[in-house]
Design a protein around this ligand. Structure first.
Ligand code: PEP
Length: 254
């Protein structure tokens, strides 16, 4: 990955075959022909094959999580090899909803990141603090632990094919967006953390902001020095809302 802007849509537990095909074709039709930024979508597992076909290489496609196992007696799991096999290029790891509702801790997330890298998928490592943690002044400590646990397991080299998404939990799906200064402050902290290990990888690493991004606030956030695009939840489910965000990336990429 390089620091080309990336606009990524996390569909979460939403969709159907029709919605997948319609939404992806509306997005691809609405994007400017020679865009200089990347767009990725993360539909539920069962619609990934349709998504890959509908995207027709115009968009990157990825899973919302993956198994730490590659194959075997692990009922219900989906491996990185399988995601790769059906044409995915990316995968989310450590989304706050996986951490909160599926009890994934920093170590589990690190193992998923490792599984993604081994299969040649680009992981988007999600990190971020709760409102309570921010109010207690431990945002940097929380984010550093989330990122350092991955670095300890996989080594810094693995980040040359990865993306980090800073997603303050208090801003996800709440309509409360971090100010561009708040986002920049944590993004710069993350980049410095990576630079302590490898300055070249840090300079190239895309760091996305996620948390109530909309067409109306995307430009201000994406224009910050260390913000390289966004991970979008709610606004990625409607073509017009998602395209409004892509248009801001378009304007900033010219
Ligand atoms: C997300 O789920 O990663 C997210 C950022 O959601 P939303 O854009 O709805 O806040």
């Amino acid at each position: 990955m390089t620091r080309t802007l990336l606009v990524a849509g996390n569909w979460k537990l939403h969709g159907s075959i029709n919605m997948t095909i319609d939404l992806i074709s509306s997005i691809t039709n609405g994007l400017s022909a020679n865009k200089k930024y990347n767009v990725a979508v993360f539909p539920p597992f069962v619609y990934l094959s349709q998504a890959v076909m509908a995207a027709d290489k115009e968009l990157l496609v990825g899973g919302q999580t993956l198994s730490v196992f590659d194959s075997g007696a692990y009922t219900g799991e989906i491996s990185g090899t399988m995601l790769k096999d059906i044409g995915c290029q990316m995968v989310l790891v450590g989304h706050s909803e996986r951490r909160e509702y599926f009890a994934e801790n920093d170590t589990d997330v690190a193992h998923k990141f490792e599984a993604a890298i081994k299969q040649g998928l680009s992981p988007i490592l999600c990190c971020g603090e709760t409102l309570e943690q921010r109010e207690n002044g431990v945002t940097e400590e929380v984010v550093a632990n989330q990122v350092n646990t991955v670095i300890s397991l996989v080594g810094i080299e693995a980040f040359s094919n990865a993306v980090i998404a800073y997603e303050p939990i208090w801003a996800i799906g709440t309509g409360k967006v971090a100010t561009s200064e708040q986002a920049q402050e944590v993004h710069a902290f993350i980049r410095a953390l990576i630079a302590e290990k490898d300055a070249t990888i840090a300079a190239r690493l895309p760091i996305l902001y996620g948390g109530s991004v909309k067409g109306s606030n995307a430009k201000e956030i994406f224009s910050m020095q260390d913000v390289d695009g966004g991970l979008i939840g709610g606004a990625s489910l409607t073509a017009n809302d998602f395209l409004a965000i892509c248009q801001q990336a378009d304007a900033l990429s010219q």
